[in-house]
Design a protein around this ligand. Structure first.
Ligand SMILES: C[S@@+](CC[C@H](N)C(=O)[O-])C[C@H]1O[C@@H](n2cnc3c(N)ncnc32)[C@H](O)[C@@H]1O
Length: 354
């Protein structure tokens, strides 16, 4: 075989591998959304007929799905009993909500964000982008699920410990903490639970997220020290807070600089701005790691594209490296930017002061 054939063979092998990965996520999304993994985890192995009866779903579809999941390695299949089953070790990854190893959010984000496809092609041809009204609810569910894991297992157990002044003032109480772009409020709720003596405020532009955040807070039994409000961070705010945080907000914004100006004005002079965004390098060509392709796909399907839909900056998912954070901080009058060393593979956290 000559060199050219070998190169083509390698490429075809790569495409086949990528196709397998893509359908794996698609079939996983079906298992997550319909609760099939959950049912197998709770009620044990089943034939497609038994599963259909248990779940009131169509047997033929379940049989095809089950065999597909077996071929992908997500389920086991017993050739004699014809039962499919889920390994108990897979339950924390595919079933548990908010568990440290849960990947339900990633599955939902990827599956749902790919939906407005023709609008995306149109944006390539004509510019502009895709607005929130075209984004599937599954995408927001996925963001909620990834947030649930991240804020339970990193924010309140690791990141806060690494900012001792923030932690001790929140513990002492009578301080205020605002979470800008709070989404479904997982970060705000976890913080309000952890520091019951301080007051927490969650703001988000998108009303359905605020409604969901209120529901999540209610379910978590957090009500006395937590309020959510629909509000666009680009608009001026009269209140000042001891602490302001943005988790995964700035790179999504239509006008990130305007947002940073509001944040600067909202942080008291002795306060702290906690900025968490996607870990990335100054030169995008230096971004490395298994999740980098996912980040670019998310940028195209949400982060960059929803900003460009409104003539925004369109920074993109990996568009806020440390140098850009420092540039914005300089422009709006924050004096110090300190990177907090965390073991989270995808996020950068900065402690920023006026
Ligand atoms: C990627 S989501 C992150 C949500 C949440 N902080 C989390 O980490 O799960 C970005 C959030 O920022 C909100 N957002 C975008 N631009 C905003 C703005 N100008 N003002 C307030 N919220 C905004 C979106 O509605 C969305 O909920």
């Amino acid at each position: 075989m000559d060199d050219q054939n070998l190169i083509q063979k390698d490429l075809i092998k790569k495409i086949v591998g990528d196709a397998r990965g893509a359908v794996g996520i698609r079939l996983c999304a079906i298992g997550v959304n319909l609760g099939i993994f959950d049912n197998l985890a709770k009620q044990g192995p089943a034939t497609s007929q038994e599963l259909a009866e248990r779940m009131k779903l169509d047997e033929r579809y379940l049989r095809e799905w089950g065999l597909g999941m077996f071929s992908l390695g997500y389920l086991d299949f017993d050739k004699v009993s014809r039962k499919i089953s889920l390994k108990k070790e897979f339950i924390p990854v595919l079933v548990e909500e908010g568990g440290k190893f849960s990947q339900k959010g990633l599955i939902e984000i990827l599956n749902s964000s790919l939906l407005p496809y023709h609008e995306l092609l149109n944006s390539f041809k004509n510019g502009g982008g895709i607005n929130y009204d075209k984004i599937d609810q599954g995408f927001w569910n996925g963001i909620d699920q990834t947030g649930c894991t991240r804020y339970r297992h990193y924010l309140v157990t690791d990141w806060v410990d690494k900012m001792p002044e923030l932690k001790s003032r929140l513990e002492t109480g009578s301080v205020t903490f605002a979470d800008f772009g709070c989404g479904s409020g997982r970060s705000t709720v976890e913080m309000a639970k952890k520091f019951p003596k301080s007051q927490f405020f969650g703001f988000d532009l998108f009303e359905p997220n605020i409604e969901k955040a209120q529901k999540i807070a209610l379910e978590a039994g957090v009500k006395d020290n937590l309020k959510f409000k629909q509000w666009d961070v680009s608009n001026p705010l009269t209140e000042k807070f001891d602490f302001v945080a943005c988790f995964d907000l700035i790179h999504d914004m239509i006008d990130p600089l305007e947002g940073m100006k509001t944040i600067r004005k909202a942080v008291k002079e002795d306060g702290i701005f906690v900025l968490m965004d996607i870990k990335c390098e100054d030169d995008p060509a230096d971004n490395e790691g298994p999740m980098v392709p996912f980040m670019y796909a998310m940028s195209l399907h949400f982060c960059m594209t929803t900003s460009l839909a409104n003539n925004g900056a369109g920074l993109g998912t990996v568009g806020l490296p440390e140098s850009k954070v420092k540039e914005y901080c300089d422009l709006v009058g924050f004096k110090t930017v300190k990177r907090i060393e965390t073991d989270h593979p995808l996020n950068s956290v900065f402690e920023i002061r006026p």
